[in-house]
Design a protein around this ligand. Structure first.
Ligand code: MN
Length: 338
């Protein structure tokens, strides 16, 4: 009997271990002790913040993606889709990313170096570190309710400051300011209430004593080199996104033989193409090839709209015209990813 039970137990234990490790997201290990940031951030706040708040975001994110189409996606990909993943994934992917970022940019012994890459960029963008602190503290202090203050790199590779509500951040497609975080400060009450009670301004003034500038410099260099920056730049091109939406909602039904959507929306599609043509093209995509492809898209949309407007346009002719337009759109998409 014993011979039988032992292997069974081992099998169960290994299955259990597999189930345990199957969660895609986990709490990162802190590089310092909970009391390392005293007296500016107290040990109890740090411990609760990491083991209760951050852990809850990790647990809830794992729960929210479990068994669904988002289970295999990276944290960045989830955030890029924040507008469509639902609140649980939006809040908890942001909560996990933002806090993982926050623990790393905190620390002691790494002073601001004006000659570092980020030091020079800060002086270039904001004149001095003091004016950056003023801007960040203002962004954090004026954020109503809970949120974050951010120093982030824009797709134009410039440093900028913004704040975000809840657990949003500039990577997310729901954010009006897009880019990659370089230095984020948590301004939720749970980040400071035990020591500073309601005095968010005092906490913001104190936190500059425990910024790990070596990490901030690394974040800046990583952001500059990150392929994510171009992904965000394209994602933030709303005119292209708007055209894409109408194209997807008309072309796919047409492929199935349903021409009603395109017959009722060809004028809207033409309007979106013209808005794309007259709008500002993001710097990385402002090339003669892409511009001329957009001109072709407008001409094709005009031709399609004219055809649909005719009393006796055949389904075959409309399908052909739409398919040609779809090809032109994909030509633009292809040029953008070169
Ligand atoms: Mn927090």
């Amino acid at each position: 009997m014993k011979k039988f039970i032992l292997p069974c137990f081992a099998l169960l234990a290994s299955l259990f271990a597999q189930a345990q490790t199957a969660d895609p997201f986990s709490l990162p290990k802190l590089d310092y002790a909970y009391n390392a940031l005293e007296p500016y951030i107290d040990a109890q706040t740090m411990e609760t913040h990491v083991t209760k708040h951050h852990q809850a975001y990790v647990n809830n994110l794992n729960k929210a993606v479990k068994g669904g189409k988002y289970e295999k996606m990276s944290l960045e990909d989830l955030m890029l889709r924040a507008s469509s993943t639902g609140d649980a994934i939006r809040n908890n992917s942001g909560g996990h990313y933002n806090h993982s970022h926050f623990w790393k940019i905190l620390g002691t012994g790494n002073k601001f170096d004006p000659n570092s890459e980020v030091g020079k960029a800060i002086t270039g963008a904001f004149v001095s570190l003091d004016s950056l602190k003023t801007l960040m503290n203002q962004a954090g202090a004026t954020r109503f309710g809970s949120g974050w203050a951010w120093l982030y790199l824009t797709p134009e590779k410039k440093l900028a400051v913004c704040s975000s509500p809840n657990q949003d951040n500039p990577i997310m497609d729901v954010s009006p300011q897009r880019g990659i975080p370089v230095l984020g400060i948590d301004v939720w009450e749970h980040a400071y209430y035990l020591k500073y009670t309601n005095k968010r301004g005092d906490y913001l003034a104190a936190i500059w004593n425990v910024i790990n500038w070596q990490q901030v410099n690394q974040n800046y260099k990583d952001a500059l080199a990150s392929p994510l920056l171009k992904v965000i730049e394209k994602d933030a091109w709303t005119e292209l996104k708007d055209f894409h939406k109408v194209m997807a909602q008309t072309f796919h039904p047409a492929e199935e033989g349903d021409l009603k959507p395109i017959r009722s929306r060809s004028t809207e599609m033409l309007a979106k193409a013209k808005t794309l043509q007259s709008g500002k093209i993001p710097a990385s995509f402002n090339t003669p090839a892409i511009k001329s492809a957009i001109d072709k898209l407008v001409k094709g949309s005009e031709a399609l709209d004219k055809l649909v407007g005719k009393k006796k346009s055949s389904d075959k002719a409309v399908t052909e015209s739409l398919t040609k337009l779809h090809d032109v759109f994909h030509e633009i998409q292809g040029l953008c990813s070169e």
